[in-house]
Design a protein around this ligand. Structure first.
Ligand code: PMV
Length: 286
């Protein structure tokens, strides 16, 4: 059983989406592929580079497999075009690929729901946006819920994705933010502002109003910084993207490491930004 799923970037709304605000997410054409072989008494995950796999993750995988109707153990071998732990959706893409391997033909909604077994272990309190976009592809507006509200977003844009090279777990920024929220009322104000920016970003994306969308990227990064989820390496990468001519730039995903995105005018501009930042050019919504 072989299956795959794409990675993703959060265009706008990361962190705010955990608290019920909307987010805009886009699939990127870099995939995680998994090959699953049934095996009687073992659950094993072989990650690229021989990364060790904690028992809690294996337990999450077992739950995912059982919920998908698989009986017994298995060995899952993973290949990834995406750097792991880079905020580009590798864990959600893995969960969706496993769901498709264990339940071929399952629809996007079911694949995303199955992938949540893994997300809950890895993320603590996931909004569900990552599995949703990795399962559906394209660009979506997502609002958390049971079930979540998901709308396909039209339009396309070129981005430069610039990894900082710092791997980190989503836990490391989501959980501290949840604690700070109980102490500092400005946290909720900032989260609401991020949700508002994501709302305004959707029509700007759909109408290809690039200067407007770029300005919203810049504002979102400033708010995320204020929330304490950026770091020096991310701020430096964002500054490099802007200095190289990006129309706007921000961290993407949980922050604290991972990657930044810069908005480009077109493919050639995205490639020029990628050269300047050792990143890569992607078209989203294509
Ligand atoms: O794990 P990441 O880097 O893709 O972050 C996902 C976005 C967050 O809003 C920070 C977490 C979530 O579950 O929505």
């Amino acid at each position: 059983m072989i299956a795959s799923a794409p990675g993703k970037v959060l265009l706008l709304g990361e962190h705010a989406v955990v608290y019920g605000h909307p987010a805009l997410a886009a699939a990127i054409d870099l995939r995680v592929t998994v090959e699953v072989e049934p095996k009687a008494d073992v659950i094993r995950l072989e990650l690229p580079g021989g990364f060790p796999v904690p028992q809690a993750v294996l337990d999450g995988l077992g739950n995912l497999a059982r919920a998908a109707g698989h009986r017994g153990g298995f060995v899952a071998k993973v290949r990834s075009d995406l750097p792991l732990g880079s905020g580009l959706g590798s864990s959600a893409a893995l969960g969706v690929a496993l769901a498709r391997a264990f339940k071929p033909g399952c629809d996007a909604e079911e694949a995303a729901a199955l992938a949540m077994h893994l997300e809950r272990v890895l993320h603590g309190a996931p909004s569900g946006v990552d599995p949703a976009i990795c399962a559906r592809g394209g660009v979506i507006e997502f609002v958390k819920g049971e079930p979540p509200r998901i709308e396909a977003v039209r339009g396309r844009a070129w981005l430069c994705v610039a990894p900082t090279g710092i791997a980190r777990g989503t836990h490391s920024t989501v959980m501290p933010l949840a604690q700070r929220r109980t102490l500092d009322p400005r946290v909720d104000e900032n989260l609401s502002r991020l949700g508002e920016i994501a709302k305004q970003g959707r029509p700007a994306f759909e109408r290809a109003e690039l200067p407007r969308l770029g300005a919203l990227f810049d504002e979102a990064h400033a708010v995320l910084r204020d929330l304490g989820v950026s770091c020096k390496e991310l701020d430096d990468t964002v500054a490099k993207l802007r200095a190289a001519g990006a129309l706007g730039a921000k961290l993407t995903g949980a922050g604290g490491g991972g990657a930044a995105i810069g908005l480009a005018r077109d493919a050639a501009h995205a490639r020029a930004l990628a050269t300047a930042t050792r990143g890569f050019a992607v078209e989203v919504g294509a």
